[in-house]
Design a protein around this ligand. Structure first.
Ligand SMILES: [Fe+2]
Length: 223
């Protein structure tokens, strides 16, 4: 019975997340000629083609989720996530139990916190959270990478803190997930191809449900 309830709860979470992606498709992708949804699907398709593990595929799919809404909508996203993950109405507010300062967070942090609150794994949240840091890493490490960025991405880099310096580069390379974080960023960079036909959102539903169910079971076992 509880498994059935868990499954329904996971379906609800996936419905919600997919709706955010679908709503995102109504916006253009700043500086690019494809929709945000097409961009997300192309990133996920590359992760699958590379035989990445399921958490990495989901991270590629969801890497821009925090970008699909702004301001009050961000706040609402986090409230929705809290309600979905705490159906009893309690508001512990994420793993850390701390309230997130929505106003000062970049979209990658908003997205990662949103996913944590919905019950996605820390690995997925970390990969999502890293995608701006990796851009700063790669531009610090390789000037050619900067040259290859779109004008929109070059502009946003300024506001994201600019390229990493040598010390920041070395620090970043200590992260055990750093190579995976770079892969997600590469898929992100290449996911801007007009007319590239890739699997749709529903192709990822079973994977997302399995992941959330597994997370719930792990949490229940740990209690
Ligand atoms: Fe992206």
């Amino acid at each position: 019975m509880s498994t059935q309830l868990d499954n329904e709860a996971c379906q609800q979470v996936v419905d919600k997340v997919f709706q955010v992606l679908i709503d995102g498709s109504k916006q253009g992708y700043i500086g690019e000629n494809i929709s945000q949804l097409a961009h997300s699907l192309q990133a996920a398709a590359q992760a699958q083609e590379a035989h990445a593990d399921n958490e990495t595929v989901l991270a590629a799919l969801l890497h821009d989720i925090g970008q699909f809404a702004t301001g009050a909508e961000h706040k609402q996203m986090l409230c929705d996530a809290e309600t979905l993950s705490n159906p009893d109405g309690s508001s512990e507010g994420g793993k850390s139990g701390q309230k997130l300062s929505v106003g000062v967070s970049g979209h990658e942090r908003i997205g990662a916190e949103y996913l944590r609150r919905l019950g996605f794994s820390e690995k997925i949240a970390s990969l999502v959270e890293a995608h701006v840091a990796v851009k700063r890493y790669l531009t610090g490490k390789d000037s050619k990478y900067y040259e290859g960025l779109s004008n929109a991405s070059k502009l946003s880099l300024k506001y994201q803190g600019g390229p990493f310096n040598q010390q920041q580069i070395e620090e970043f390379e200590k992260d055990p997930l750093y190579e995976l974080k770079i892969k997600v960023r590469r898929w992100d960079d290449n996911a801007k191809i007009v007319g590239w036909d890739v699997p749709g959102l529903e192709a990822y539903r079973p994977m997302a449900i399995d992941h959330l169910m597994g997370q719930r079971q792990r949490t229940a076992t740990a209690l």
